[in-house]
Design a protein around this ligand. Structure first.
Ligand SMILES: Cc1cc2nc3c(=O)[nH]c(=O)nc-3n(C[C@H](O)[C@H](O)[C@H](O)COP(=O)(O)OP(=O)(O)OC[C@H]3O[C@@H](n4cnc5c(N)ncnc54)[C@H](O)[C@@H]3O)c2cc1C
Length: 562
């Protein structure tokens, strides 16, 4: 996708930011948690200026460019510096430390903008013939190296999906919509709203990610409990592979052998380019009613969460349970108020304390909510609150739900604010059964803290939440912070991160978690995939890759280990 005024070295756009101004409690807390030096300046490690970055010359020669321009048109082949830089990496911590330092030794040789599926098919044939690599690029919000070009002599083209951005048709009777793969979250919702419909997929990267990227990575939106993961929403897909087009039938279910649709979902661009999909959509809800509930501990919260998920009479839209460190993190990030609002704040604190809750390291915040009509929602709340109260839950009201909803897409900007101050911050995610969740949470937090310390990051701060859940279990999402090692060398910072990520991934797998619940595999998880699906599983995927992409044109090094 093309972003106007992009913050090419970080998240989103340059006119948006996450300021710590007015959040007076946050920085002192972070000092304490990370044992930071007293004099950490606000802009200790600012990103490099665009004009100071030097890129290597293109590996595609002039005759290659000429034939490519004949194929797609002059304007569809972009080679300017900013476009190559913006498509060199995704948005992981590893990506950001390198791009902020201007370390971009291997950008794509050009970014191409096909108009339609026929041009994509022609491009893939051209690329196979000219021994050129192609990387499908949606929003570029991959956090696992999914859009990073491979190293080597072979030229690489990044295939921008920006021009395939329309909802093609809507079937209001069947509640489905055919949508092009380059459409972004806001673009899809705006077009569906014209029909009174919603897709219901709201990942935190919603504004800057695309349908094709979501399907290719098996993404999960924040309302996944109500609307499902992207694979639950995808009724049929169309993919152009170098070997030909795969189109699955637009039917709600079928028994025609193993699901070919499921082979495309999660394929991360290694088999071909997803061009469109028939998505299951929903009438827009009359009301979204989200409220905060405080539990005395994460374990008590998990017990309540499980009961909510296993109750047959409830149809929840979201449940998010933060552990004690994340709850304390939210409390520290709260804005300082003045006058009457300050009085309300202190009354609220008294109320919370009177119920023996501790927002600084004990209690666990749950945000719970329903999407639906005005008559139905109050009855659902009665039932949900009964379950929460049985577990000691304290209802905090709608203000918490409203502020979570308001801020949910702005938090990624905080990462840039922290990187400015030399703070290491990253996230990872997994899933397991309910019976194993608390054990996995303990093992993951312990391993992250130990790995941050042993990799020079100080005591570290680790927080978790659970927000995608099923009757049988749930995902666990960790955010970890530490001190960056004091160096201007991005590769040394990358090595520090690799030490932590490796230890945490080992801990997840040895504690019964999956390698990924919704970020996918990319380049960063590929070495661990065999541990999850076995050598036979890897061989089966390789055979499929060979059948669909015999010349190895599509996104090499992603998903399958090298
Ligand atoms: C701040 C932040 C918040 C995030 N929040 C969430 C979240 O809440 N839930 C979640 O699931 N993920 C989240 N992510 C991860 C990321 O947004 C998802 O992986 C998303 O699905 C990627 O979509 P994209 O369009 O940006 O894909 P890209 O990053 O462009 O691509 C991802 C992978 O898919 C392939 N691909 C892209 N388009 C196509 C296509 N049309 N055909 C074939 N292959 C394709 C690419 O080659 C690449 O391997 C977050 C990331 C960030 C940085």
């Amino acid at each position: 996708m093309d972003i106007g005024n992009p913050r090419w070295w970080g998240w989103g756009t340059l006119d948006a930011t996450y300021s710590l101004e007015g959040r007076l409690g946050f920085w002192p807390k972070l000092h304490e948690w990370l044992d930071l030096p007293d004099d950490t300046p606000e802009q200790e490690t600012p990103p490099v200026a665009l004009e100071d970055i030097t890129l290597p010359a293109s590996r595609l020669d002039e005759s290659g460019f000429e034939s490519l321009r004949r194929l797609l048109g002059e304007e569809a082949v972009v080679t300017d510096k900013q476009a190559r830089i913006q498509h060199a990496y995704g948005k992981s911590y590893r990506d950001l430390v390198r791009i902020r330092a201007g370390h971009i030794p291997n950008p794509p040789d050009a970014v191409v903008y096909p108009e339609d599926e026929a041009e994509i098919a022609a491009l893939l044939s051209w690329a196979a013939e000219h021994a050129v690599t192609v990387i499908p690029f949606g929003g570029g919000s991959s956090v696992l190296g999914g859009v990073e070009p491979p190293t080597g002599e072979r030229p690489t083209l990044t295939l921008e999906m920006a021009k395939l951005n329309r909802v093609l048709s809507v079937d209001p009777e069947s509640l489905t919509a055919r949508v092009q793969a380059g459409a972004t979250g806001p673009g899809i919702e705006a077009q569906l709203h014209e029909h009174g419909l919603t897709l219901g997929h709201f990942p935190q990267s919603f504004e800057f990610s695309t349908l094709g990227g979501w399907i290719a990575t098996r993404a999960a939106g924040q309302n996944s409990i109500g609307y499902g993961k992207i694979e639950d929403m995808t009724q049929a897909v169309r993919m152009v592979s170098p070997a030909g087009i795969i189109e699955t039938k637009d039917v709600p279910a079928s028994a025609t052998g193993p699901s070919v649709r499921e082979l495309v979902v999660g394929s991360e661009g290694i088999f071909g380019v997803i061009t469109e999909a028939t998505m299951r959509v929903h009438p827009r809800p009359e009301l979204q009613d989200y409220r905060g509930i405080l539990l005395h501990s994460f374990e008590e919260g998990i017990a309540a969460f499980r009961e909510l998920m296993q109750c047959k009479d409830l149809r929840l839209s979201i449940v998010r349970l933060s552990d004690a460190p994340e709850t304390a993190g939210y409390a520290a990030l709260a804005h300082e108020h003045h006058g009457l609002r300050r009085l309300f704040d202190s009354l609220a604190q008294l109320y919370v304390r009177a119920h023996r809750h501790d927002l600084d390291g004990g209690s666990a915040l749950m945000v719970l909510g329903f999407d639906g009509d005005r008559q139905w929602i109050p009855r659902q709340w009665e039932l949900a609150l009964e379950i929460c109260r049985e577990h000691g839950g304290l209802l905090l009201g709608r203000a918490i739900g409203r502020s979570w909803k308001r801020d949910r897409f702005t938090q990624p900007y905080l990462r840039d604010t922290l990187l400015d101050r030399s703070i290491l911050v990253d996230t990872l995610e997994t899933a397991t059964s309910w019976s194993n969740l608390v054990q996995l949470h303990t093992a993951l937090a312990r391993s992250l803290k130990a790995a941050i310390a042993s990799n020079g990051g100080g005591p570290g701060y680790v927080m978790n939440h659970v927000s995608h859940a099923y009757e049988q279990g749930a995902s666990l999402y960790a955010t970890f912070l530490g001190r960056q090692i004091p160096t201007s060398d991005p590769l040394a910072k990358q090595a520090q991160w690799e030490g932590i990520k490796g230890a945490a991934t080992d801990a997840i797998l040895s504690s019964g978690g999956t390698l990924s619940h919704h970020h996918g595999i990319g380049r960063d998880h590929a070495p661990w995939l065999k541990g999850e699906i076995g050598q036979t599983g890897i061989d089966a995927l390789r055979a499929l890759k060979l059948a669909l992409d015999p010349t190895g044109t599509m996104n090499p090094g992603i998903l399958l280990p090298a």
